[in-house]
Design a protein around this ligand. Sequence first.
Ligand code: ADP
Length: 655
Amino acid sequence: MLDKVTRLLLVEDDEDDYILTCDYLEQLGSHTFDVEWLSCPEQAIGVLSENKHDICLLDYRLGASDGLEVLKRAVANGFRGPIIMLTGQSDEMLDSAALDAGAVDYLVKSEMSSGRFARAIRYALARREVEDERVERLKAEAENRSKDRFLAHLSHELRTPLSSILGYTELLMQSEKNQHAQNELGVIYRNGKHLLSLLNDVLDLSKIAADKLELNCSDVNLDSLMADVYTLMRVSAIDKGLSLRFESQQALPLIINSDATRLRQILINIINNAIKFTNHGEIVVRAWTAWVNEREMLFFSIKDTGLGIAPEKQAIIFKPFEQIADVESRDVGGAGLGLAICSELLTRMQGSISLESTQGVGSEFTLSIYPGNIRDVERQRLRFDSNPDYQQKLTTLTTHGRVLVVDDLKDLRILVGHMIASTGADVEYAENGKQAIEKVAAAEKNGKTFDIVFIDLHMPVMGGKEATIELRKMGYQGPIIALTAATMKGVKSELTALGFNDMIAKPLDSGLLYHVLNHYICQGKTDPVVARDDCPAITQQSTRYLLVEDDSDAAQITQLLLESLGVETVIAASYKACLQTLHTDQHFDKVLLDMHLPDGEGLDLAREVKQLYPNLTLVIVSGAEPEPEKIEQLDIDQVLLKPINLGLLTQLIEG
Ligand code: ADP
């Protein structure tokens, strides 16, 4: 404060008083003043409206003019600084008139030599500072609020068209007519998904920048969290021929307090990188606890035998946007935001991340989180990749036999194969119907016939139906199970007629897969196909949803997807249309509400619908996560985050 110059405007028509005032001001040790002196009231009004002074001392009597008038006009013109009125003699009426007109204080000139003058100036300036800070804070808060609203809106706006892109692509990929375009559709689908994950990263980062990223901490079962991550990551590791091991040398708390979603996101990101940048060898994930600064922290390390990271790059990979040159010049996807987000999240989890890496040898990321007070929590030696819980979750089924899995989509093929292999069966793969026929023929010839064949219906070169007809012609007697997303009426009987024994709907439910395996391999049944009633994606009874969505593309694709899952879907394109529809017809199992409608907000509509029809089940469909309190207040049953896809809708129907 001492070296800051205070700009002061003195409006005074008496030169002697000006000189005197300057003297007094000089004696004030607390401030250094840069004084501008004006004697003309009109000029003063003009200068004050420029708002470049920190404080104004205004004489009441200015020649023929009245200082009060100047004061009023200065305030009306928006002068933000404090104005202190000066007068020759004390006058109570004038005092209150000046304060009413907006002056912060009123001083008799004879008091200028006293401490009162110094105090008046100090208080006025201090008040101005507080006021300035308040204005700045309000401005920043308003900016943040609009930034948040903008981000939420942008996120919704970007997810809505992405829903259409991904949804239609998914549908096209399933149609037999598009077999020739599977590769191209696959490219669109993968890129759409990639765009979505980039969008999520950028949104995460902007939330972090705005300090809006909040953790949702609760009790988390460490064992099942790690088992989930393992199950997910193991498929990609197997796919690249890598071994993935999870281990812990010491007993670990069964329950920790953390944000499960974020912890999973961090582990998946780092293990994913390890798999992405490793071509041979193994990835080992370890967990342990250790005391740091009198707190017991939970540590994880992820070690790979991959490419390693150059020392100069190690310094920047945790910083967002800094690796842009690298990101621009390489062909592996990714915006280079993943680790920066992990690092920020870990800081919020009261932990940290570090890296040791040698090029050509491998990298080891070590991260820590504060798991809450775990002193009294039960501990066990967890072996995430082989603990009983995890085994239980996957299956208790044991099979011996040879299984052929036929699917053109590598990820799916490997996933199904992995599930089956975990029961003990030998799995072989084929990418299309033609290859499947060749494999079956070769196996029969060698006397190593397949005990069961799982085959996708829509594949390039030769689809599942043609292949099954051919296999039956060749005399293959084993069960053939169709993997299909088409679950419309009539499909089952058509498949039976073609020679299939059973069908399983996609997205695949592992429980059902094991059920089928048990039925056909363990119990050796080969009864002709009757499609399963417990197929998760097939709704037997007529289910009806009301879909409130103004974007016609998004509405149409959601309707198509729902109808492909057997749900009759009625569309309402606006707030009003929804109420009109419900007025005449409330026979809906669920009402799906978009957040932003042209004539109102989804949450307001939800409130109104809930009041009118309390028994209806409401689901909010949103491009951005709505505030949890609002959802709770409104008694909303579920929130679906765009983009909508078959998997999400299947869960919605089942749940
Ligand atoms: P991206 O989403 O682009 O992969 P990340 O922030 O997750 O971004 O990773 C940043 C970069 O750090 C990667 O592009 C890669 O160059 C490097 N990197 C991360 N993990 C590993 C690893 N395990 N081995 C080698 N390089 C890695």
